[in-house]
Design a protein around this ligand. Sequence first.
Ligand code: PZK
Length: 303
Amino acid sequence: MRDALLATSLDEIPLTARGKVRDLYAIGDELVFIATDRISAFDHVLGSGIPDKGRILTQLSHFWFELLADTVPNHLLESPSAELLELLAPFEDQIAGRSMLVRRAEMFPVECVVRGYISGSGWKDYLATGSVCGIELPKGLRESERLPEPIFTPAAKINTGGHDENISYATMVETIGAEYAAELKRLTLAIYAKASAHAASKGLILADTKFEFGLVDGEIVLADEVLTPDSSRYWPASEYAPGGAQPSFDKQYVRDYLESIRWNKQAPAPGLPDEVILKTREKYMEAFRLITGRAEIEIPPAA
Ligand code: PZK
């Protein structure tokens, strides 16, 4: 097994943003997303990584961008500049197979969430108010139940580690304007329709997912990572049992382990035993194989 890549460094290329799991570098209007092998659980980045996780998720994002290309334009660079490729060449081992070269976009400050099933923060809000983001739902829904139709539930990005805050569509309109709000909602529901149908054909329920959009030269593009297990809830259809929380497709071994050692969920987060790392890696690969129909990820020779 290869080592997990936990941190990146591209020397003089400036780091623009470091997320829990991904590092973002910028050279002018060209950006380099690098998905590391870091894994988070219970809102903390854990002490161990999952080898190849970043490659698996990046290649899954690329698969979805291509499948969705006739539904929405995206932020992937069609032809990265020679200057960019030359600058990145010395760092092939950190980049190959786990990076996205993307166009700088003016990001909309809204998370575009779509839910086909009631789970997570949606379930919490429903229990408290009977609605999610101001959308009234039928009474008597059970946790994880399929909704009568998919709902668009935007959220405001909260920086500095906080959770995003669900907002009403009216608040989204106040934030970005009625025209952009309507178009992002339309795109989000159209992408979900296509992606959830693909997932269903592979035996997976796409319970919910989150998109980020931006503007490039005045055009709305789908940005960020897309439809990965880090941004989506996938459930095996064969094990679906509404009436409670569904096990996480990818992180259940991790959560079970962390509960078993009774970690108090305060920093520093513990590392993981080899068996948990290996089983979790296999879950990410299983998701990749099911969704893409490919047996293996690509491991570039440089890496
Ligand atoms: C952008 N993030 C989130 C945070 C990451 C990613 N195409 C774009 N143009 C400009 N900015 C962004 C994007 C995209 N996508 C995305 N922040 C800015 C983020 C931390 C680490 F890898």
